[in-house]
Design a protein around this ligand. Structure first.
Ligand code: GTP
Ligand code: MG
Length: 423
């Protein structure tokens, strides 16, 4: 397509004068060249009569640069041109990273990308934008709200709506019978906690496809349980694992590989392999924490991640959003973050997400337990299963099922030993 700079050299007569485009053999008006060329390209079929996919793709790129307003000024166009060139340079720089990223994908992940590639209107540029933003499967596009896809990928609203609709059609998302749901839930995968009692509290281990919250005071075993699950998820299915890897987001700086080694030895596992299969990310602030979870989406398939730990969920939020005035904003941000996590379990149903949570004191409680989970109703509604941990005698800890869609309230006693969690 002709650029603004070319028009300046070829057409000396000023604004509004037609410019003859060699490419499409038509006159374009200066200031409107993108739109006119675009309209022409959109309707022009390829030799085989099929609409040019790459052109539709160009539309998405160009639409970001072209103002909807017909009266776009020359200055605006010129500066858009600069942006266009800048994006091209950036794209070249990122090209290698992008190819490298795709090379790391296994067959499974490649199949997902191929499915996205086949969506109508997806050419190289759109695919690149989607993958860079972590939308590398039909599920990730179908289950994410359009506003989030738009914000993170930079695609336009119409394109996004089209992509979501096409992904939903391909996945055949719609109504199903309760019997089908039951068939699915009967075979749901679970991770053992290494304590029979605690497994029983969950009716056979911690289930996948949901967000499980452990909350309690300091040293009640939240971090120890998180470490143990990172080891156990690597066990074969017959031993209560998922044959998968773990992603550990540490917001408090309490991840200790030493404990992983001890726990791996408790299961007679090669600790070197176990450590290798845990992807670790230290979150330095709440924004970083949110970003790490957004990036996690592209790691899950690539690294065979079956468990995500966020220890702890709201520590950073509590320290960064101080004062009553910031409360609404804080809760809204936590809500979005929790929904990012929940969405991951929709996209990857065999993924388990564990979050730990702190407690806060209720000064108005005179009888009973004055501690409640931090984060209020937002966290309470966001997590699927909530378990309260408290300290027992010596190594013993007590887990209490507080809220679950299908589990009764109940308690289990477990111990924290040198080799990890046990009865
Ligand atoms: P906060 O993060 O402070 O809110 O607490 P938490 O609930 O995460 O506590 P965590 O899971 O880190 O539990 C710490 C407790 O685990 C310690 O106080 C010890 O009682 C216990 N613990 C840690 N390592 C060992 C160990 O090697 N052997 C034994 N027996 N207990 C241990
Ligand atoms: Mg902890």
């Amino acid at each position: 397509m002709a650029k603004a700079s070319e028009i300046n050299t070829q057409n000396q007569s000023g604004i509004g004068e037609p410019y003859f485009c060699e490419e499409c053999k038509r006159n374009h008006t200066k200031g409107k060249i993108y739109k006119e060329h675009l309209n022409f390209a959109k309707v022009e079929p390829k030799d085989d009569g099929v609409l040019n996919e790459e052109v539709i793709d160009d539309e998405i790129e160009v639409s970001d640069l072209v103002s909807e307003d017909d009266s776009t000024s020359v200055e605006e166009e010129a500066s858009d041109e600069g942006l266009d060139e800048k994006i091209e340079v950036d794209d070249e720089i990122e090209e290698d990273d992008f190819d490298e990223e795709l090379e790391n994908y296994d067959d499974d992940a490649n199949a997902c990308v191929e499915a996205v590639k086949k969506l109508p209107g997806v050419g190289e540029a759109t695919l690149k934008k989607l993958i860079k933003a972590g939308f590398n499967s039909l599920e990730s596009i179908a289950y994410t709200p359009p506003t989030i896809i738009q914000k993170e990928s930079g695609l336009g609203d119409k394109t996004t709506a089209k992509l979501i609709k096409a992904s939903m059609d391909k996945l055949d998302i719609g109504f199903k019978s309760a019997e089908d749901v039951w068939e699915y839930r009967k075979n749901i995968s679970r991770i053992t906690t290494s304590s029979q009692e605690l497994d029983n509290l969950f009716h056979g281990g911690i289930e996948t496809g949901c967000v499980v919250e452990f909350f309690g005071e300091f040293r009640t075993g939240k971090t120890q349980l998180a470490h143990q699950l990172c080891v156990n998820v690597q066990l074969p299915k017959e031993d209560g694992g998922l044959n998968g890897c773990a992603l550990y987001i540490d917001t408090e700086g309490t991840f200790r590989p030493e404990r992983i080694i001890q726990m791996a030895e408790g299961h007679d596992l090669d600790h070197k392999k176990v450590l290798k299969n845990i992807v670790f990310g230290r979150a330095y602030n709440s924004d970083h924490q949110i970003m790490l979870i957004k990036e996690a989406a592209s790691l899950i398939k690539e690294k065979n991640i079956k468990l995500i730990i966020v220890d702890s969920l709201i520590g950073h939020f509590r320290s960064e959003y101080v004062g009553r005035g910031t409360l609404a904003n804080r809760q809204q941000t936590i809500n979005v973050h929790l929904h990012d996590l929940l969405r991951l379990t929709d996209i990857f149903p065999d993924l388990c997400v564990i979050v730990t949570n702190q407690v806060q004191s209720k000064p108005d409680v005179f009888y009973g337990n004055p501690t409640v989970a931090a984060g209020g109703n937002i966290v309470a509604h966001g997590s699927t299963i909530r378990v309260y941990l408290r300290k027992g005698k010596g190594e013993q800890r007590v887990a209490k099922m507080i809220d679950a869609p299908h589990l009764p309230e109940g308690e289990a006693v477990f111990s924290i030993t040198e080799n990890g969690i046990t009865d």
